[in-house]
Structure formats: C-alpha cells, structure tokens
Design a protein around this ligand. Structure first.
Ligand SMILES: [Zn+2]
Length: 155
C-alpha cells in the first residue's frame, strides 16, 4: 500500500490502542506508531522512507527483496525481544509493534500480499486490493474520516 494509507491506518491503530495502555505521552507514542507504520518499506529503495536513506534501502532490497523478511513476523519478534525483554521500554515497544504490525496487516490486503514466515516458509497471504488503485484510494479516504472522528474525541 501507499505511504499515506499506512500512516492513516497507523494513526487509527495508535489512537485506538491508547485506550488499553498507560501511556505517559500520547503524542510521542502516536509519533512512534506512525513512524513504525512506514518502516517495513525500508526494503524498497523507491518507497517514501526508502528514498530518504537510499544507499541502505537499496542494499536491503538487493539482499532481502521487497516484502520478504522485512514484511514478515520476524522484525516483530525482534522488536518484542529488544524492547520488552532487553531494554524494558514497554510503551515504546508497544508503539513499534502496533505501527509495524499495522503496516503488515494493510499489505496483507493487497494482491502482492506478504510472506509472514519468509524466508522459512514462502507461502504468501494475499488480498484483493491493488496498491494505488481505486479501492485503496477509497480506503484511504475512509481511514482519514475515521482518524478525524477519533481525533476529535481524543483532543
Ligand atoms: Zn510494505
């Protein structure tokens, strides 16, 4: 999916998750969620985030390929271990898991899908949405409307 759709859904997931967490600073929390919602596309040098760090994203794309390892559950497991067990930064860990996970969920709805257990098991979970197509544009508008509704109750 497109960068903006990932941010719109990440924002929604972040705001909804605030109800279930004891977050000291919701603004920083939402910022981390939205940043994490863009992160998996670091594996594509032409993506919005990939362009910002092109030599690194190009290298990752060459080694791992787009929507493979960086679009699997393994980065989520790494985030969980590092933030919940090593650093004990549970709130930051939750923000990263929700943002990163929201990206994987949205990409799962596209034709290309994701390989959740890549590279160990290459079967992909795919959906019915064409990236950048009409359905995604409609979905984006609905997500922005939902963001506005939730945000108006949140402020
Ligand atoms: Zn992606």
């Amino acid at each position: 999916m497109m960068f903006r759709t990932h941010i719109a859904f990440g924002l929604l997931a972040g705001m909804l998750s605030l109800k279930y967490l004891n977050v000291p600073n919701p603004y920083i929390y939402i910022l981390i969620v939205c940043t994490a919602a863009a992160m998996p596309d670091i594996d594509e040098s032409e993506s919005r985030i990939g362009k910002k760090i092109r030599p690194l994203s190009w290298l990752i794309e060459q080694i791992f390929g787009h929507r493979n390892l960086f679009h699997s559950i393994f980065p989520l497991i790494a985030i969980y271990i590092i933030f919940f067990h090593c650093l004990k930064w549970n709130v930051a860990g939750a923000a990263l898991l929700i943002g990163y996970g929201s990206h994987l969920f949205m990409d799962m709805l596209t034709y290309m899908g994701i390989g959740p257990l890549h590279p160990f098991y290459r079967k992909r979970i795919t959906g019915f949405i064409k990236t950048g197509g009409l359905v995604e544009h409609i979905l984006f508008i609905l997500l922005v409307l939902a963001d506005i509704i939730i945000l108006s109750g949140f402020l």
